[in-house]
Write a protein that binds this ligand. Structure first.
Ligand SMILES: [Fe+2]
Ligand SMILES: [Fe+2]
Length: 494
């Protein structure tokens, strides 16, 4: 009997392209247990970093970092979901995905999450833990049996692919902040949270934590050496979550509620083109939604299942994208958005006056309102009429995103009530109790609620090369007496 040559017919790709047969026959030191063990470690780190990023969105002043953290926390939540799915395919519940895999990793992630210093935090995420998680994924990709554990190989490949880009962007942010600190030469920018952490000693500490755990995936363990977990990194002022939204120094007059964007938008007298300008403002103002959603996610961290967090993370990221749409819209008109007061009292008042359940109620109430004839469809139709292709494109997807958000609300918020009506009522009432502090902000000289619209509108008309419409120029309705759904008194919303 001759030896089989293992050739495929017509030299077709062998084993569905996974690998050559002979390679697959090589004995592999791999098991479902090892696969689950490694995945759980990667899962723990990615989940913890995602949570640490979410917890910073509200109080991180720098706009670009709010966006970056929103994006990365979303990507990490998707990766975490991929891992949870794979583990659940290999094991019966309870899966133990919420257990800490090793005390050394607990120390690592607790110290990272407690790091207030911006540069040290960014270094820990993007120069240390995430690159190690990438190596761990690449390790699974090469060590797993390509046929027997093909689903893990695929998952590791996809996560590694996404992590590479994520790390690259994070490291660029890291460098930018370090460069900014260097250029300040001793003078601390109010935008950068700086505690003068000694970076080499901080990074060495993180490495020691990892070493004590046998590396992130636990493959570097020397069994004869008992692992000593380092003491917590000395930190006099650890990071704690704050619901008070912070904005960087480019933002001006953030308490200003002098222009009621919705009143303008629904006024029949004004042209679609003029309304696109107000819509760009409404979009960029949406940076307050991630600030509020982060507060819900942090406060309900241990009370809601992972699927809740995953879906709400997606929504948070969408809202950050909506703010970017506004930013891009102003850029398309050649207008500097930092000249416009981007109000933050919606997130400020919701985060400080309501509990997480009430905030979720307000969010749901607003988003259900957007599904009506007068909501997102209206904004899209106005932008189509305006002939501004960019505004039309953005409103098209803004509407599409809101369809998803309303669904997320129906999945996670409404079932807590006896009926949809009751759920809406709860949100409406919670919103009605929020004090807008209109007069207080004025009395404390935090703002004069200046009507900034005419200046912006005049500038846009110059860019559009047209004469301002006198009625639009005279628009002077504030939020003093009506909230964003033009009902009662209250703060603005998305
Ligand atoms: Fe939105
Ligand atoms: Fe939304």
């Amino acid at each position: 009997m001759s030896e089989p040559d293992h050739q495929s017919l017509f030299q077709l790709p062998e084993l569905a392209g996974l690998c050559p047969v002979l390679q697959a026959t090589e004995s592999k030191d791999w098991s479902a247990q090892e696969s689950v063990r490694r995945w759980k470690r990667v899962h723990y780190c990615l989940k913890q970093i995602g949570q640490a990023l979410v917890a910073r969105i509200t109080s991180q002043p720098i706009y670009e970092l709010k966006l970056l953290f929103s994006h990365h926390a979303y990507l990490l939540s998707e990766q975490v979901t991929t891992i949870r799915t794979r583990v659940s395919e290999m094991r019966e519940p309870p899966l133990g995905l919420d257990k800490v895999p090793h005390p050394g990793m607990q120390r690592l992630m607790e110290d990272l999450a407690g790091m207030n210093d911006l540069s040290a935090f960014l270094h820990a995420c993007y120069q240390c833990v995430l690159p190690e998680a990438l190596v761990a994924c690449q390790g699974i990709q090469s060590a797993a049996h390509p046929v027997a554990d093909a689903p893990s190989v695929r998952a590791a490949k996809l996560i590694a692919f996404e992590l590479q880009e994520l790390i690259q962007t994070g490291q660029a942010a890291c460098q930018a902040i370090d460069q900014a600190i260097k250029l300040q030469a001793g003078e601390t920018s109010p935008d950068i949270i700086c505690q003068n952490v000694n970076l080499p000693s901080w990074l060495a500490h993180l490495q020691q934590c990892l070493q004590s755990a046998g590396g992130l995936d636990g493959t570097n363990r020397l069994d004869d050496q008992p692992a000593t977990v380092p003491d917590a990194y000395p930190n006099d002022l650890p990071f704690t979550y704050s619901g008070l939204p912070k904005r960087d120094s480019r933002f001006r007059d953030s308490y200003n509620a002098g222009v009621n964007a919705e009143a303008f938008l629904y006024d029949q007298r004004f042209s679609p083109q003029d309304k696109t300008l107000m819509m760009y403002y409404k979009r960029i103002r949406e940076i307050d939604v991630p600030e509020t959603m982060a507060s819900i996610l942090v406060e309900l961290r241990d009370q809601k299942p992972w699927e809740f967090h995953r879906e709400m993370m997606r929504q948070l990221w969408d809202e950050a994208r909506h703010a970017m749409m506004g930013q891009i819209g102003f850029a398309s008109l050649g207008i500097d958005w930092t000249q416009i007061p981007i109000n933050f009292t919606w997130s400020l008042n919701l985060n400080t006056q309501l509990d997480a359940a009430q905030r979720h109620g307000v969010l749901f109430f607003i988003e259900q309102g957007l599904m009506t004839r007068k909501g997102k469809r209206y904004e899209w139709e106005v932008s189509l009429e305006s002939q501004d292709a960019l505004a039309a494109l953005f409103q098209d997807f803004d509407w599409a995103d809101e369809v998803l958000h309303a669904q997320i609300g129906r999945r996670w918020y409404v079932p807590q009530f006896a009926s949809l009506q009751e759920a809406l009522c709860f949100g409406d009432q919670a919103w009605s109790t929020v004090m807008s502090h209109w007069l207080e902000y004025q009395q404390q000289q935090l703002t004069s609620h200046r009507n900034w619209w005419p200046d912006l509108y005049r500038l846009a008309c110059q860019k559009w090369n047209k004469q301002p419409d006198p009625a639009a120029l005279a628009f002077d309705t504030s939020y003093q007496a009506s909230r964003a759904d033009l009902k009662g008194i209250g703060p603005p919303a998305e």
